[in-house]
Write a protein that binds this ligand. Structure first.
Ligand SMILES: NC(=O)c1ccc[n+]([C@@H]2O[C@H](COP(=O)([O-])OP(=O)(O)OC[C@H]3O[C@@H](n4cnc5c(N)ncnc54)[C@H](O)[C@@H]3O)[C@@H](O)[C@H]2O)c1
Length: 348
């Protein structure tokens, strides 16, 4: 029987734990020092506080002080914490990760190296490990339209597992599959990992269109659809510039995940607040007061920096990203015009 250890008992880590039990894996779920209340609920058989779904009984839970025990004999380790926690958690888990056959990644975001270089998460993890003389096993980037609550409840879900070694991705796509958790293998680690944080950025912009709808009590579906199309185009362009396959942005990792993220979720609701005129700074504070981390907000600045560091004119081809930067960072009153100019075609 395969054994897996999932690091992070938040919404996604816990949802994946249930999916892995259903796929027949011995499943360990480790909670960080921030997760004791979540582990309490899981152990008591109460619904997980973040997703209101009871986690499978056969998931074995571990507290933050039990990391070594949690990872013992695991074939696969999964990084499932918020991107901000990845450097710390990977450092703590490095010994167990090095012994595993693979490291899976549901965390989404960018990291900033000490020299200021912006890295995709797999590159950042490999760098942190190399600095400590450790080689990480193959990384499997997990993406696609997976809302944690639906996945945990066993609703039909399609996801994508990407590894530079397609055989590894295919093996786990087969072994982690269950009746309603279905996995497409891919060799495009870069493409999946670029779509993951970028769809959070673009979901903010989709939320703004929805917010304008609420503000005016008139649909802005045309604007939202134009924003969606531009977002997909930019995910594909940015991915290609970094070595990804163009089509990855048009599949589960791009279009699929953007659709689900633009329907609901923290990034979209942050955008709705901006669209309704709350102002980007005030809206972010409201989200923080509600204990809602908006991962797309820091991703905007990191993505702009990543693009600027290339210095190859790519920035000019990503007007929606530029608009996101202006709206999120400058808190302008004319946010509506900025969005419109970024997505409606100019006069030919
Ligand atoms: N919720 C989803 O539907 C979903 C789907 C796919 C991927 N993801 C990704 O999975 C990751 C986790 O998301 P989630 O929805 O489970 O979030 P969550 O807020 O429910 O859980 C966050 C997890 O990260 C840990 N964490 C947060 N800040 C930390 C810090 N500073 N140091 C160490 N650990 C920290 C928490 O302890 C917790 O385990 C994110 O990168 C997210 O984008 C989420």
């Amino acid at each position: 029987m395969n054994q897996i250890t999932i690091l992070g008992a938040g919404a996604m880590g816990s949802a994946l734990a249930s999916a892995m039990v259903r796929a027949g894996w011995r499943t360990h779920l480790w909670g960080t020092w921030l997760d004791d209340h979540l582990i309490d609920a899981i152990e008591a058989g109460r619904p997980h506080p973040r997703i209101d779904v009871v986690i499978e009984r056969d998931v074995q839970t571990f507290r933050s002080a039990q990391l070594t025990e949690a990872m013992e004999d695991s074939d696969v380790v999964v990084m499932a914490v918020a991107s901000v926690g990845v450097p710390k958690v990977i450092e703590l888990a490095l010994d167990g990760v090095a012994k595993a056959d693979a490291l899976w990644l549901t965390s989404k975001g960018f990291l900033e190296a000490p020299d200021g270089t912006i890295e995709q998460l797999p590159a950042g993890i490999r760098r942190i490990a190399a600095e400590r003389g450790v080689t990480v096993p193959p990384i499997v980037a997990i993406g696609g339209p997976v809302k944690a609550n639906e996945c945990a409840a066993g609703e039909p879900t399609s996801t994508i597992f990407a590894c530079t070694d397609l055989d590894v991705a295919t093996r786990y796509a087969r072994e982690a599959r269950s009746a309603r958790y279905c996995i497409e293998p891919s060799d495009d680690e870069v493409g999946v990992e670029i779509c993951a944080p970028m769809k959070n950025v673009y979901a903010i912009m989709l939320g703004i269109a929805d917010g304008l709808h609420e503000l005016r009590d008139r649909p802005h579906h045309n604007l939202k659809a134009a924003t969606f199309a531009q977002a997909v185009k930019e995910m594909s362009l940015l991915g290609q510039a970094l070595g990804a396959r163009p089509e990855t942005a048009f599949g589960l990792a791009g279009v699929g995940d953007l659709e689900v993220t633009g329907l609901a979720g923290r990034n979209k609701f942050y955008g709705v607040r901006i669209g309704k005129g709350e102002g980007s700074r005030a809206a972010l504070q409201t989200m923080a007061d509600l204990e809602q981390t908006v991962e797309g907000e820091p991703a905007v600045g990191l993505a702009v920096k990543l693009v600027d560091q290339r210095g190859d004119g790519l920035a000019d081809r990503l007007p929606l990203l530029a608009a996101a930067r202006r709206i999120v960072q400058d808190d302008p009153d004319d946010y509506e015009d900025i969005l419109i100019q970024a997505v409606l075609p100019a006069k030919p």
